[in-house]
Design a protein around this ligand. Structure first.
Ligand code: OAD
Length: 248
């Protein structure tokens, strides 16, 4: 029996599945990843843009960058990988913990989604914290509809704490899962990457889908070195023609 067959069997048996997703799952929806050569950080230094200090110094520049990303996200549609995770949710208890701020898991109708790094389709009032959906062609900086104060992107910046409720629900999901899927993340940003290590410590079956190796690859029971949609297709629809380029 191959590693892929074992993984398919483990997936069929699993009563509770935790999924960690990163920018790679949305790559096939046309959203650039962060750390690839053509990634979002290439022309920008994250420390110049994605920090509270940068926002304080130059809110207009920071908003321009997020508006450029919002324009891409707003037009993007869930791809096959997002849809297959929704299909899996129909079969078993599944929690998606995502580092993505694009809202595509929710657009794919997944119901149990924990957004660790916030959501770029919304702004958050700097005074009363009201969340408002961003509209196409919004003015920079957007203002709160209630108190007319400047609003910031509803994302977590470097140096800020994650929402503690979301994080503890994510930890619970990975602690209690009997199988974890790690999809499209370079696994270098904490605490997200440690969720997989936590699951491993519990003896949880780990499957990674990523065309490239990551610091987590050696911990996994199966590392499918392919795209998110191909990897999920071959795991969930064993009779599909999806090619798995390489397994380790
Ligand atoms: P990265 O850009 O660091 O990593 C994307 C991963 O996706 C890489 O490991 C790629 O090999 C993989 N990948 C590329 N195309 C893929 C595909 N079609 N299918 C599957 N995988 C593919 O993005 P993240 O790991 O998500 O944080 O980055 C984590 C965090 O760093 C982000 O949430 C963001 C960033 O700074 C904040 O903004 C707080």
């Amino acid at each position: 029996m191959t590693k892929l067959h074992n993984a398919q069997k483990a997936l069929n048996k699993a009563k509770s599945i935790a999924v960690l997703t990163g920018a790679g799952i949305s790559q096939e929806s046309g959203i650039p990843t962060f750390r690839a050569k053509e990634g979002l950080w290439r022309n920008y230094h994250p420390e110049e843009l994605a920090t509270p200090q940068a926002y304080k110094q130059n809110p207009h520049l920071v908003w321009e960058w997020y508006k450029m990303r919002f324009d891409i996200i707003n037009k993007a549609k869930p791809n096959q990988a997002h849809k297959l995770l929704k299909q899996l949710e129909n079969q078993t208890q599944l929690t998606i913990v995502t580092q993505n701020v694009d809202g595509l898991h929710t657009k794919a109708n997944s119901s149990s989604v924990l957004e660790l790094h916030g959501n770029l389709t919304q702004s958050r009032c700097e005074n009363c914290h009201t969340l408002s959906p961003l509209q196409p062609n919004f003015d920079i900086p957007p203002k709160c509809k209630h108190c007319n104060t400047r609003a910031r992107p509803n994302v977590v910046w470097f140096g800020e704490s994650l929402d503690q409720n979301i994080l503890s629900n994510a930890i619970n999901a990975f602690t209690n899962a009997d199988l974890a899927l790690i999809i499209g993340t370079s696994a270098v940003v904490e605490p997200a990457a440690s969720l997989a290590r936590l699951a491993k410590q519990q003896g949880t079956y780990l499957i990674e889908i990523n065309p490239n190796k990551t610091p987590l690859s050696n911990l996994t029971n199966l590392s499918l070195q392919t795209t998110a949609s191909q990897g999920l297709s071959s795991l969930l629809n064993p009779h599909s023609n999806a090619a798995v380029e390489k397994t380790t």
